[in-house]
Design a protein around this ligand. Structure first.
Ligand code: SF4
Length: 471
């Protein structure tokens, strides 16, 4: 059997695509955890920030050196940079054997075969209007069947856990935010059919998944392009009827697409976890307009109030861009004010990165105010406050009881057992079984297993997670 190493940059959609690559190759490839061990290296790229491209070409430089000692090594590049740059990648890094776009994953096995037969410089980056479905049997691909010791090796860096499945429900985006490259690299929005989504979730539940993360760029606009038209709310309702599926999450809803039925989901659906990732991007209405986000801060805060009214325990996370062209001190202070009002569980924050084929780059160029130093200082301030708030939120949970979905049980050589998982609010939780009655059940059928739910009490907290004991 040959070996494959996949290096994934970027978002969960890329992780999901990497999972598909493993599945496509699973008949004759086993995953390994480094390029040095591999016969085939696939780099799944991200172009949302410029840094992603730098990381790609630095990795390709290392792979070129590796190829000198392993001439049969095949290197493929996929993902958003591949879609955007196409043959330019091969011009710049001739050691790359093929480039494959975001709509052409199914071609990877044949591109790989041709590369092994000496074909060089292959580029497949055509757009497809329809959803690219992969063979049905791939839905039941499980890394657990692949690992040599029967276990998932997390160093593959793809699956967050076999018990937490990712399932794409949508591809592309119609929003055209002025800073974003996704509409260029992933194309216009296309909803996947309900039957395909259901099929994949059912397969994943059958092999152990208990939680599903529905993926899409604006998940809550799912279904409007389908015939007959459907809705995201209807999709979640029907998915929640799947037996043995305990938890549903999704990422990311767009604030401009939130309708009353969306709020009702949180009020009525017990499988929908009390967590929501809703990108803010900026707390300044002036900048939101420049970003073409199509909502105002007031509307965003209204949605926050509405979901909190029906789910007071909900944890809210977000994305924020600092240093968008023309961001003034006052704009930034307005963002900080929103952070104080919402009190996010988690903020993914970045300095603005000018990207090719975006309105913002055309309008402002790559030299922008505020300069990098000012933007960097603002980012540090924002991140420090975000961490304080997360710590305060988690500290208030000390003493509370909750339930975690067990993703991993670490058995240490000293007999200690640590259970790792996530709370309903999507906070990482670690429970030490030492001294608990659960420990005495080791090897018995009552011992907690991966994929089961475990009740715990929070004993301590940090900004990044919770620590607990069994009930
Ligand atoms: S909603 Fe905006 S930021 Fe999100 S993927 Fe679409 S264009 Fe990009």
């Amino acid at each position: 059997m040959r070996s494959v190493f996949v290096k994934t940059f970027g978002c969960q959609m890329n992780e999901y695509d990497s999972e598909k690559i493993f599945a496509l190759l699973s008949a004759d490839h086993r995953p390994v955890s480094s390029a040095e061990e591999a016969d085939f290296v696939f780099v799944n790229t991200c172009s949302v920030r410029e840094k992603g491209e730098h990381k790609l070409f630095s990795l390709l430089g290392r792979l070129r050196d590796l190829k000198e000692s392993k001439p049969n090594l095949v290197v493929g590049v996929g993902g958003c940079v591949a879609q955007q740059e196409g043959k330019n990648i091969i011009k710049r890094a001739p050691s790359v054997d093929f480039v494959v776009g975001t709509h052409n994953l199914s071609l990877v096995p044949s591109l790989l075969d041709s590369a092994k037969n000496g074909v060089t410089g292959q580029v497949a980056v055509d757009y497809r209007d329809e959803w690219e479905e992969l063979p049905e049997e791939l839905d039941s691909y499980s890394p657990l069947k692949q690992g040599e010791d029967g276990k998932l090796d997390s160093s593959f860096g793809v699956f967050y856990s076999p018990v937490r499945a990712m399932v794409a429900i949508q591809r592309g985006c119609n929003k055209n935010c002025s800073f974003c490259v996704v509409p260029t690299t992933r194309g216009p929005e296309v909803s996947r059919s309900f039957s395909e989504i259901e099929r994949e979730i059912k397969h994943k539940v059958a092999i152990g998944a208990r939680e599903v993360m529905l993926l899409g760029q604006t998940v809550n606009s799912w279904g409007r392009d389908l015939q007959p038209r459907s809705s995201f709310e209807e999709l979640v309702k029907r998915i929640s009827e799947i037996d043995k599926l305990e938890r549903i999450r999704f990422t990311s809803p767009h604030p401009a697409e939130v309708r009353p039925g969306f709020i009702d989901l949180y009020a009525t659906n017990p499988k929908l976890c009390p967590s929501i990732h809703m990108p803010l991007q900026s707390g300044s209405n002036r900048l939101l307009k420049e970003m073409n986000r199509n909502y105002k801060v007031e509307r965003y805060l209204e949605i926050v109030d509405q979901v909190r009214e029906v789910r007071p325990d909900i944890a809210i996370s977000t994305d924020i861009i600092v240093g968008f062209p023309g961001e003034t001190e006052d704009d930034f202070e307005q963002t900080m004010e929103v952070i104080e009002k919402v009190r996010y569980q988690l903020i993914y924050s970045f300095v603005y990165s000018p990207r090719p084929n975006t309105v913002a780059l055309d309008k402002y160029g790559s030299e922008t105010e505020p300069n990098r130093e000012v933007a960097g200082a603002r980012l540090c301030r924002l991140q420090a406050r975000a961490s304080e708030i997360a710590g305060e939120i988690n500290s208030k949970r000390v003493g509370q009881q909750s339930t975690l979905l067990i993703e991993k049980i670490d058995k240490k050589s000293n007999g200690q057992q640590l259970i790792r998982g996530r709370s309903p609010e999507n906070v990482a939780v670690e429970v030490d079984l030492s001294g608990s009655s659960e420990l005495s059940k080791v090897n018995s059928k009552d011992h907690p297993v991966e994929g089961s739910l475990l009740g715990y009490r929070v004993t301590s907290a940090s900004p990044h997670g919770l620590y607990g004991e069994t009930l």
